[in-house]
Design a protein around this ligand. Structure first.
Ligand code: ADP
Ligand code: AMP
Length: 214
């Protein structure tokens, strides 16, 4: 099962992708997580990516596409994978299609998690991410048992630098300009499925599972 998650920043793509990856035992590939790991490890890629991420801009396609194309060729992706945060531009989507068709393969579903902009800023300011395992919580909607501590691995939770309200506004603008056109792109390919992302995360999950198992 090869799935991509579409939706605005903060729509809940990562939350759902992690749950789907657990259920179907396939890798969750988040370009945002890959860039953040590179930033933490102070790699060359991390240094370059940070310049864009801190401004709420997309990392250039040249730094992003090969990373994903190499990743999906790895053995653990043979049964499928969930791409979260990629593609984010039409050239990225075209490059992914090309790479897949070279492998005689194709995507099964593009799941668009719909959340209006009004909800997004509130979600992002309440998002907390674990420095250890990358698990994501929300201080109101998805709280941890002990404040500031990850339920899964016990490490500390942080507010992402790019979740500050001024950066979120910029990220939303970039989303509408560069990423939203992918909805029509995948509609045209006949694999677009839409779910309401404003309801409880379990309900969103059930809606996605119903689509995948229909
Ligand atoms: P994305 O990966 O699309 O940027 P996340 O999965 O990180 O988004 O979710 C953004 C924030 O919203 C997180 O704090 C997350 O815990 C919270 N969240 C995710 N899904 C829901 C939901 N259905 N209802 C309320 N909050 C949610
Ligand atoms: P995310 O964790 O998906 O919200 O991504 C965080 C940031 O990483 C984005 O705001 C971008 O700066 C960068 N990023 C992640 N995925 C991509 C991508 N596919 N193309 C370009 N930039 C990306």
């Amino acid at each position: 099962m090869k799935i991509i998650m579409l939706g605005a920043p903060g729509a809940g793509k990562g939350t759902q992708a992690k749950m789907l990856a657990d259920k179907y035992e396939i890798p969750h590939i988040s370009t945002g997580d890959i860039f953040r790991a590179n930033i933490k490890n102070e790699t060359e890629l991390g240094k370059k990516a940070k310049e864009y991420m801190d401004k709420g801009l997309l990392v250039p396609d040249e730094l992003t596409v090969n990373l994903v194309v190499d990743r999906i060729k790895q053995d653990d992706c043979s049964k499928g994978y969930i791409l979260d945060g990629f593609p984010r531009t039409i050239p990225q989507a075209e490059a992914l299609d090309k790479a897949l068709s070279d492998l005689n393969d194709k995507l099964d579903y593009a799941i668009n998690v719909e959340v209006p902009d009004e909800n997004i800023v509130k979600r992002m300011s309440g998002r907390r991410a674990c420095v250890g395992c990358g698990a994501t919580y929300h201080i109101v909607h998805i709280p941890t048992k002990v404040e500031g501590i990850c339920d899964r691995c016990g490490k500390e939770l942080i507010l992402r630098d790019d979740d500050k309200p001024e950066t979120v506004e910029k990220r939303l603008k970039v989303y509408h300009e560069q990423t939203q056109p992918l909805i029509d792109y995948y509609q045209g390919k006949g694999i677009l499925k839409e779910v309401d992302g404003t309801v409880d995360m379990k309900e969103v999950f059930d809606a996605i599972v119903n689509i995948l198992e229909a």
